[in-house]
Design a protein around this ligand. Structure first.
Ligand code: SAH
Ligand code: SF4
Ligand code: F3S
Length: 455
């Protein structure tokens, strides 16, 4: 029985997600909870009675995007009238990381926001929704996972650890999501993986702010236990004969062990992609960032990974313009980028976050100099990425097809991902969605390959 009003329309919901993969995964949980309360999925943000806005605070731009979205969507929602629109149920739930750090301000500024649900208090989602929409009632709800994006039929994110205790001095994430570590019990993860595989999922990405910290809160207090490498070997022992790839995000360089890389090397079911944020190449900057490694140690870790798994595709995150990063320090970052030749790098301009230690630190470097440096870094890295990608032309890959190619100029083309997390576009039809195809890479672009089928 759905939650209804006197005209028997079920209450509908729509979820708009900003931010990282963790938010994408959380939104699936929110959808499941809302459907358990009898709500049905709406076609659009304008028509949904309950609009859940799941937000990010990692940089100022992410927050600005959410605020301008709110303004725009509220305007559109007031103008949308018609059958099925039940003004009595209409309202917004402002959730996620920005709800932790700026929720009260948003609640005051936008009266349409009925409730805020901070990412730090994810467990209160249902309770807060019920308080804001008392007309909803618990029902048995679906046992299946609702699909928010079509490719979720085949590819899923699965959070395995919550929170972060690293306190990098620029970062809002520990205060937004929790400065603790809570690892999901292994049996729960095995059960979830089993369920996902039974439902046809073919690629599972384990998520955590630092997946390598999995189980450490228990290991540190009891001197024994089950860490991330143990989890992956458990996964391999149970599921490696199934048709699945296991991926994971994100890893902290300090916590990558040889044993972990040996476990990954031990089976083809594990992705050949490693995302290992370095953030900066200068030791003094790394120290002030509180990252817990020197650039030489990071370089050694990459060397170890490449020695054990030569085909590993490597990506990183880099921050430009951290307080006190002078020209020399920036050059050190460029040196490391040239030396390590990442296949992909996500480059960010430092954004001061309120309440973080770095917020208070003096920074004589003007913003336009930082922007120029960012452009220099992007130029160098793009060239490396394109050279790396071009060197792969002619190689064969297996591609899990996700759906149509996003570019409208590419009618009749489908897109998917390899085990190495490369995006490949190739001719195909909707019959191919969810299939693994054997493909040869025939052209390389900056962020994707063009492929042709080999069978
Ligand atoms: N837990 C993950 C992801 C953190 S956020 C990790 O530690 O890798 C993703 C990326 O955003 C970070 O790796 C960092 O490069 C960037 N970032 C975080 N805070 C930032 C800030 N204040 N300004 C600019 N970039 C930031
Ligand atoms: Fe932020 Fe550092 Fe934790 Fe990543 S490891 S979430 S950058 S504090
Ligand atoms: Fe993710 Fe943004 Fe929160 S990057 S953890 S949604 S601050």
């Amino acid at each position: 029985m759905n939650a209804t009003d006197e005209t028997m329309h079920p209450v509908s919901y729509y979820i708009r997600t900003f931010g990282c993969q963790m938010n994408v995964a959380d939104s699936v949980d929110y959808a499941r909870i809302l459907e358990g309360l009898g709500c049905v999925r709406a076609e659009s943000e304008e028509s949904g009675d309950i609009l859940v806005v799941n937000t990010c605070s990692v940089r100022a731009k992410a927050e600005e995007r959410a605020v301008s979205y709110l303004g725009r969507v509220i305007q559109q929602r007031t103008e949308t009238k018609g059958p099925g629109i039940q003004t009595g149920h209409r309202g917004i739930a402002f959730v996620g990381c920005m709800a932790t750090v700026r929720g009260q301000e948003i609640l005051k500024r936008f009266p349409e926001v009925r409730t805020i649900i901070p990412a730090r208090e994810l467990d209160t989602f249902k309770e807060r929704i019920l308080r804001a929409w008392p007309e909803l009632k618990e029902s048995s709800g679906p046992d299946t996972y609702p699909l928010l994006r079509p490719e979720e039929k085949f590819e899923r994110f699965l959070p395995i650890i919550r929170g972060c205790i690293n306190h990098c001095t620029y970062c809002i994430v520990p205060s937004a999501r929790g400065d603790w570590l809570v690892s999901k019990p292994p049996d729960e993860i095995f059960d979830e993986v089993e369920k996902l595989l039974d439902s046809g999922v073919k690629s599972i990405t384990f998520l955590g702010q630092n997946v390598c910290a999995y189980g450490l809160e228990i290991k540190n207090s009891t001197q024994s236990g089950f860490d991330f490498a143990d989890l992956l070997s458990g996964i391999r022992d149970r599921f490696s004969d199934r048709d699945v790839w296991f991926k994971f995000l994100t890893s902290h360089p300090r916590d990558v062990t040889e044993y972990l890389i040996d476990v990954i090397a031990s089976h083809e079911c594990f992705s050949r992609h490693f995302h290992l944020p370095i953030q900066a190449g200068d030791d003094a900057v790394l120290e002030r960032m509180g990252r817990g490694y020197k650039s030489s140690e990071y370089i050694e870790t990459i060397g170890m990974i490449r020695r054990k798994i030569p085909e590993m595709r490597l990506s990183t995150d880099l921050i430009v313009g951290f307080p006190g990063e002078d020209e020399d320090a920036f050059e050190h970052t460029l040196d490391v980028v040239r030396k390590l030749r990442f296949d992909q790098a996500f480059t960010f301009l430092y954004s001061s976050r309120s309440g973080t230690p770095a917020e208070k630190w003096a920074d004589p470097v003007p913003q336009d100099v930082k922007k120029q440096r960012l452009q220099i870094l992007i130029g160098i890295q793009n060239q490396i990425a394109l050279e790396n990608a071009s060197s792969k032309i002619g190689e064969e890959r297996t591609v899990l097809i996700e759906g149509p190619s996003m570019r409208s100029s590419e009618d009749g083309m489908v897109a998917g991902r390899t085990r190495e997390e490369e995006v490949v576009v190739l001719p195909g039809t909707s019959d191919d969605y969810g299939r693994r195809l054997n493909v040869r890479l025939i052209d390389a672009k900056l962020r994707s390959f063009i492929g042709e089928r080999t069978d």
